[in-house]
Design a protein around this ligand. Structure first.
Ligand code: ADP
Ligand code: MG
Length: 384
């Protein structure tokens, strides 16, 4: 067990890392963050911010010398970096678990090999793979296997010709071609797993997206108890099969009443932000606990919650990037009962960039949803 005042290492300096730093600080730990961006949200509040590339071995040596254990907040940390650090100190999740989640071909193959529910797909590495793809995959979505996020690196394709054009547009990088599924709705499960194999899952969240980016999470999801249970079981199976240690997010589609896994995130998940305000233990507390070998905390959700993401376009008058740049009027949100605002300290707002979020909590799920959606409109988020 690693106890305070030990220093923990965090690879990545985004908002997920920032919440980890806050949780670790609350519990008495120190945190060093490695991120090449000198203005990174987590770096700003860390005890030390190593401004260095993920493959800067001198910086990794410093991290290994100072930290008792290391974790990550984003899936694209090079596997070599995790492997290198693991020679000196505990690294959770492992390079192999992160490796599965950071490549859509490996991820889908993992689901298929383990008999876990997933949609129809084909690995695309060449023009021939598109020529040979099952006709049933169209209309489909072509996604780059690596480094896609928030709907980036994806193209909807209705035919083989369109798939070929999109593949060339992605410079023939390895891709997966997925069948476009009719979505009833989307849910996610965030869980924590300890090195001893103990698992604690949060109640599932119901997610809606706007332009490919998470917009609103309703927690608990309004799904049937049976579907929610199944989602939790599948997420637990994934964690066990990966030998996963830490906080894991699993995204699901519900298509014609059936659950299929969309993707996994080897880190806390945007749809788990509400756990900070609505659960006994947050997904970030669990990440600290799993990393340090503490017993996992109670994931019980004590309040109904709705989380709304605040994206960069809010900083532009009229929501358009040619609008005047100004700070949104946060007093509007602070006036809403049960609302907590979280801003990530990012220096410049770009349209689509995640700048913050708010969570509304309360006893009555319908009233919480109504208040959250009214607050979302009041701060200027429009459904077009
Ligand atoms: P990202 O890494 O950007 O989150 P996802 O694969 O989760 O990528 O895709 C983003 C969103 O696009 C999904 O949450 C879903 O709304 C939609 N989407 C992706 N793939 C499919 C699909 N095969 N069928 C229907 N909708 C999809
Ligand atoms: Mg996703």
């Amino acid at each position: 067990m690693i106890l305070p005042p030990a220093t923990l290492g965090m690879l990545g300096g985004g908002q997920l890392g920032r919440f980890f730093v806050s949780a670790a600080h609350e519990m008495g730990y120190k945190v060093w963050v490695l991120d090449p961006d000198p203005h990174s949200p987590a770096g700003q509040i860390a005890d030390r911010h190593l401004v260095a590339a993920y493959e800067d071995f001198a910086a990794l040596d410093q991290l290994a010398a100072e930290c008792a254990a290391v974790t990550t907040e984003f899936e694209n940390v090079p596997a070599g970096t995790l492997d290198y650090l693991a020679k000196f100190i505990p690294v959770h999740p492992s390079a192999s678990a992160v490796g599965v989640c950071q490549n859509r071909i490996a991820e889908k193959s993992f689901l298929a090999d383990n008999g876990l529910p997933h949609g129809p797909f084909a690995a695309i590495r060449s023009d021939e793979d598109i020529a040979n793809a099952n006709a049933g995959l169209f209309p489909g979505v072509l996604k780059v296997a690596r480094f896609g996020y928030d709907g980036k690196g994806q193209a909807r394709v209705s035919s083989r010709e369109e798939a070929l054009a999109a593949f060339h547009g992605f410079n023939r990088e390895a891709c997966v071609l997925e069948k476009l599924l009719p979505l009833d709705y989307e849910v996610s499960v965030v869980l924590a797993r300890s090195a001893a194999g103990e698992v604690r899952a949060f109640p599932s969240g119901e997610n809606s997206h706007r332009h490919g980016i998470l917009d609103v999470t309703i927690a608990p999801a309004r799904a049937s108890a049976c579907l929610a249970d199944t989602a939790q079981q599948v997420a637990e199976q994934i964690a066990a099969k990966l030998g996963y240690v830490g906080t894991l997010g699993v995204e699901f589609f519900v298509t014609r009443g059936e659950l299929v896994v969309n993707e996994m995130a080897p880190r806390p998940h945007n749809s788990g932000h509400h756990t900070i305000d609505a659960c006994v233990t947050s997904q970030y507390d669990q990440q600290v606990r799993a990393l340090t070998g503490l017993p996992l905390g109670e994931p019980r959700q004590h309040s109904a919650a709705v989380m709304v993401n605040l994206l960069g376009e809010l900083w532009y008058e009229g929501g358009a990037h040619d609008g005047k740049y100004r700070e949104p009027d946060w007093s509007v949100l602070h006036a809403v009962p049960g609302l907590r605002l979280h801003l990530y300290g990012k220096h410049h707002a770009r349209p689509g960039r995640k700048m913050g979020h708010f969570t509304v909590i309360g006893d009555d799920p319908a009233a919480v949803l109504e208040r959250a959606m009214a607050a979302r409109a009041a701060i200027g988020i429009r459904d077009e």
